[in-house]
Design a binder for this molecule. Structure first.
Ligand SMILES: Cc1cc2nc3c(=O)[nH]c(=O)nc-3n(C[C@H](O)[C@H](O)[C@H](O)COP(=O)(O)OP(=O)(O)OC[C@H]3O[C@@H](n4cnc5c(N)ncnc54)[C@H](O)[C@@H]3O)c2cc1C
Length: 511
């Protein structure tokens, strides 16, 4: 249950435990000496340092419910030896200290929406820290800041903020988790004007490799604060994100659906829309060209939002009304309703592969990528449960400038990159027998799309972490200098490399 207040933890908290033994008592006297425990022993140890009810074992309904909540059908089928559900930063601190000193492998889950297997779950070689019971949220600083714990989804956050007529730079799909979204950047309805979600964080509370609970912000540990804006799983477990709030009451939002024959027209429209964001960045118009099994054809879905109760605001949406739709759910509504509608379009549970590319705003390349995709996916599409989509959205110059104005992030984008399109390819299927072929096809499709964008001199090096495939060189795409800085920050805050036992996410160690 969501609580509206909690004690703000200052700097470092000593490791004391309410339940059972302390971590120190479980370890050899010389705590610098590591002991290797089997995964089962790791779970036994966790039961001794925490309230044992927080350690969930296979066969229990609580374990099964957490497992079932992953977005990816492959992550659902990874079965850790146990799942542990901390309720406080102190619990997280105990777990990290115990895992790093006992060589216990673990993964971390917030909303469970990362697409690739092993990103936030683990098999019998370890345990999973599931943050779902960390659901505190409160307004601070005269409501200018909202303090959010990582067990919340964006639906929880927006439902909390709505009576206050406030909004923050969170996800556009209600069930996405706070933690993963913000550690990969996060693109919100506010991003085109205010940068990535992580550019709107003013303070992180994080449990570091040695178990200390610290703050990272502009004034305190500013190097860590910068790195965390795209930090993935390299620095520690974030137990609180303090984010800037923005006023929002009613808005205009929903979906527009179009016949596939309008693809080139709509892609041209998106190029013009992206240019007009320089005048008004309050709207998002994205395009998703998706296989629609019911009609045995492709359909274009355009999720839309404008952060004021104004239909087709001019000049941003000029000309859109004239393009004929096959369905239209646009309405004056609120953010909870818009993000729920978007969530329904991608409910999860399938096996899935996603990849991301960024290139100059251009209408022809995405249409060619769609045609290539239609061609290579054709042999799979007759099978029930198999589909794919190409989704395109702007990363405008204003978004890049806003990030720089808020102190910058590690992504390496500059205003010189110009207006960009972020492409997401998402492929879904249900039959495990298709794993090999579909994963190989995804790699071919990624290679072809990258090469084609490069040949046309349109490719941008940036790979968006939250949409990427596990094999994409996400961190390297931030650029050499940013990687060097990120590694230096890692060395400073985890000098012994204790967090190597943390599996999943994109790792600096692999570069
Ligand atoms: C339906 C759908 C809609 C989406 N919409 C958007 C969107 O609008 N904008 C956008 O930018 N992205 C979007 N995404 C992508 C989404 O941001 C990423 O999948 C993100 O990783 C999900 O976060 P999560 O907490 O749900 O995932 P998880 O799988 O729980 O976590 C993702 C990664 O972050 C790590 N992690 C999570 N919490 C913490 C923490 N507190 N401390 C340290 N590490 C942590 C995990 O270990 C894992 O490696 C969407 C994805 C889906 C499936």
């Amino acid at each position: 249950m969501m609580r509206t207040s909690f004690a703000i933890l200052a700097a470092i908290i000593p490791l004391t435990f309410t339940f059972g033994a302390s971590v120190e008592n479980l370890l050899p006297r010389n705590t610098t000496q590591k002991q290797d425990l089997s995964p089962a022993q790791c779970c036994d140890g966790l039961k001794r340092i925490l309230d044992p009810s927080k350690v969930l074992l296979p066969g229990s309904p609580e374990y099964a419910a957490q497992e079932a909540s992953y977005y990816s059908g492959e992550q659902v089928l990874q079965f850790p030896v146990c799942r542990v559900a901390p309720t406080s930063p102190e619990d997280v601190s105990s777990i990290i200290k115990f895992a790093t000193t006992s060589n216990c492998n673990f993964a971390v889950r917030s909303g469970g929406h990362m697409n690739w297997v092993g990103s936030s779950n683990i098999g019998p070689e370890g345990f999973t820290i599931d943050l779902e019971d960390m659901k505190q949220i409160e307004l601070l600083d005269d409501s200018k800041t909202v303090s959010i714990s990582p067990g919340l989804t964006w639906a929880d956050v927006y439902t909390f903020l709505r009576p206050h007529n406030l909004h923050t730079a969170g996800g556009r799909s209600s069930h996405v988790g706070v933690g993963g979204f913000l550690l990969g950047g996060g693109i919100s309805f506010l991003s085109l004007e205010h940068g990535f979600g992580s550019d709107n964080i003013i303070n992180y509370q994080i449990v570091l490799a040695d178990g200390s609970i610290v703050n990272a912000n502009e004034a305190e540990r500013s190097d860590l604060y910068w790195a965390l804006k795209g930090g993935s799983t390299n620095y520690g477990i974030v137990t609180r994100f303090d984010m800037v709030t923005f006023p929002l009451d009613q808005m205009w939002g929903g979906s527009l659906y179009y016949n596939i024959s309008l693809g080139p027209t709509l892609l041209d429209y998106l190029v013009g829309f992206t240019e007009r964001l320089a005048v008004d960045a309050n709207g998002l118009f994205a395009l998703s060209i998706a296989w629609n099994a019911a009609d045995n054809d492709y359909l274009i879905w355009s999720p839309n939002a404008y952060l004021a109760p104004t239909p087709f605001p001019s000049p941003l949406y000029d000309g859109l009304e004239e393009i004929p739709t096959v369905r239209d759910t646009m309405r004056i509504t609120n953010l909870v309703s818009v993000t729920d509608e978007i969530n329904m379009s991608s409910p999860g549970g399938s096996r899935t592969q996603w990849f991301a590319l960024v290139f100059k705003a251009d209408a022809t390349l995405p249409w060619d990528i769609y045609q290539k995709g239609a061609d290579i996916m054709a042999p799979f599409l007759g099978k029930e449960g198999t589909s794919w989509a190409l989704t395109l959205q702007p990363i405008n110059v204003g978004m890049i400038a806003a990030a720089a104005n808020r102190g910058g992030n590690p992504f390496g984008l500059t205003e010189k990159d110009g207006d960009l399109f972020l492409l997401l390819i998402s492929i879904f299927w249900t039959d495990p027998e298709d794993d090999g072929k579909i994963k190989a096809t995804t790699q071919d499709f990624l290679r072809w799309s990258t090469d084609t964008a490069k040949q046309r001199n349109l490719l941008n090096r940036f790979i968006y972490l939250n949409y990427a495939l596990d094999t994409q060189p996400v961190l390297a795409s931030f650029g050499d200098e940013n990687v060097r800085r990120m590694k230096a920050v890692q060395k400073k805050y985890d000098p012994k490399g204790l967090l190597k036992v943390w599996k999943g996410g994109y790792k600096l160690d692999e570069l």
